[in-house]
Design a protein around this ligand. Structure first.
Ligand code: NAD
Length: 441
């Protein structure tokens, strides 16, 4: 057995950033703030992204930026792997008005890496905007008044508390919360109830696989009716094991909600979309068979499953099947999706970015292969451009000032968690689990 601790896996970065009790770090130096010459020099170079103090002034005056787009100020809560991915995506949306003004994370190394990333992006673009203000906790970030939108990209088990604090904060902040919405159905429900009382706040759940070009293309094909009435949706994810995370939070069901919630909520969300129906019951078989068995954290061996088959029945009679394997690095594609209707069949392959569409009438000879791409994507990142499109979509909902609802709602978030919870329970109990059972339990 290998005894591992967070410090073994993440230590040694040697970045000299100190954080204590909500203290603000990485903030602008007063001498630069007060230096009129310096401010002008910086303003002259500020073609690509306005500084946060300018943004603050603009927001107060209700002005718009040089390209006629109102600046939307973002705060990122949790700047580990995914939080920094959000920083990068928002950087590529600066011409659309996105600007990261603050970040919050209790882990000094993550904050340091986020600020370092910001510096390298500015250097790359010959831009001298000040760094985002850095906080050790989300409450200080909210109280700073520095942002209009909060992106929650902290570990799954922290989503609930942070969501509730953002929703209850006197100052309204729009929210993009990473999947899964929360780790339990009870918490998801409480968030939904709280959000109902703040209709001025837009909340989007980060189920971004919907935006991957081949998946989006297949959704379009299905929704056009080309395949007829959808009867079967099969999603195979064959990939590498879970990555190492800060303090190894993803190694335990209690933190992540379990593999079928943490990872597979994406696929349950897609199944619901393709089936255009809600789930009724779930049967699953899965185990931890290969990965993480030689790892021990604070005396505990990880309990997250690394493979499963999950069957989902929907209320319109269609069926879904998930085939998950997390020790399948030897795969050409990470995701293979097949949707079969009573007229035809569609398939999507990621990362090949190919969609195939055929019909029963024309058979194999009639199968068409489409290369899926989305020219709007300016940054592919870790998820084939889907995070970029997710942000683009949310940004336009925000700019629509309430007339455009976020495309992935809290209810979508709830169902994707409920299907995962039902799958986890089914594995534990060895029987079908109804969605009603988990929604009302
Ligand atoms: N959309 C996707 O496909 C996708 C991919 C990866 C991760 N995620 C989600 O993103 C979230 C973060 O995952 P990650 O891979 O970046 O993990 P990570 O461990 O790399 O980063 C998490 C960061 O959050 C910080 N943190 C911990 N508690 C916090 C708190 N209370 N407030 C603020 N920050 C806190 C940690 O110090 C760390 O820096 C998770 O919810 C995960 O499920 C989504």
């Amino acid at each position: 057995m290998v005894q591992r601790r967070a410090s073994d896996l993440h230590g040694g970065l040697g970045v000299g950033v100190g954080v204590s009790g909500g203290r603000c770090i990485g903030s602008r130096r007063p001498d630069r703030e007060g230096d009129g010459e310096e401010r002008l020099r910086r303003a002259g170079k500020r073609r690509e992204a306005p500084s946060s103090e300018t943004v603050g002034e603009r927001r107060r005056e209700g002005e718009e930026d040089a390209v006629g787009v109102g600046v939307i100020r973002y705060g990122i809560v949790g700047v580990g792997m995914m939080g920094r991915e959000h920083v990068l995506n928002l950087h590529h949306l600066r011409e659309e008005g996105a600007l990261v003004t603050c970040v919050a994370d209790p882990h000094p190394d993550s904050l340091a890496l986020a600020l370092q990333l910001h510096r390298s992006l500015l250097h790359h673009n010959n831009n001298s905007s000040p760094p985002p203000q850095a906080f050790s906790g989300h409450r200080e970030l909210l109280d700073s008044g520095l942002c209009d939108v909060v992106v929650i990209s902290s570990p799954n088990m922290t989503h609930f508390e942070i969501l509730m604090d953002v929703i209850h904060h006197p100052r309204p902040h729009h929210i993009l919360v990473e999947k899964p919405l929360c780790t339990t159905i009870e918490d998801c429900r409480k968030v939904i109830e709280a959000a109902k009382k703040r209709p001025e706040i837009l909340v989007q759940v980060g189920l971004e696989y919907r935006y991957m070009p081949p998946v989006a293309k297949l959704i379009e094909v299905v929704q056009s009716g080309t395949l007829g009435q959808v009867k079967m949706v099969a999603i195979r994810e064959h990939r590498f094991p879970f990555l190492v995370k800060v303090n190894n939070w993803n190694r335990f069901n209690v933190n992540s909600g379990g593999t079928l919630v943490e990872k597979c909520c994406h696929f349950f969300d897609l199944m619901r979309l393709f089936a255009a129906a809600n789930p009724v019951r779930v049967m699953a078989s899965g185990a931890i068979d290969v990965n993480h068995k030689d790892e021990v954290y604070d005396g505990k061996v990880p309990d997250i499953i690394d493979n499963a088959f999950v069957i989902v029945e929907f209320d319109n009679g269609s069926r879904g099947m998930l085939d998950l394997c997390m020790f399948a690095e030897g795969s050409k594609n990470e995701q293979e999706i097949s949707v079969v209707g009573d007229i035809g069949k569609g398939e999507a392959f990621v990362p090949e970015s190919i969609v195939r569409v055929g019909s029963r009438k024309e058979g194999r000879a009639g199968v068409v292969t489409i290369k899926a791409e989305d020219k709007r994507i300016k940054y592919d990142g870790l998820h084939h451009g889907s995070s970029y499109l997710e942000h683009l979509n949310f940004l336009s909902a925000i700019k629509a000032r309430g007339s455009g609802a976020p495309s992935v709602s809290l209810i979508d978030g709830l169902y994707s968690v409920a299907m995962g919870v039902a799958g986890q329970l089914s594995i534990e109990k060895g029987r079908f689990v109804t969605i009603e059972e988990v929604l009302t339990g």
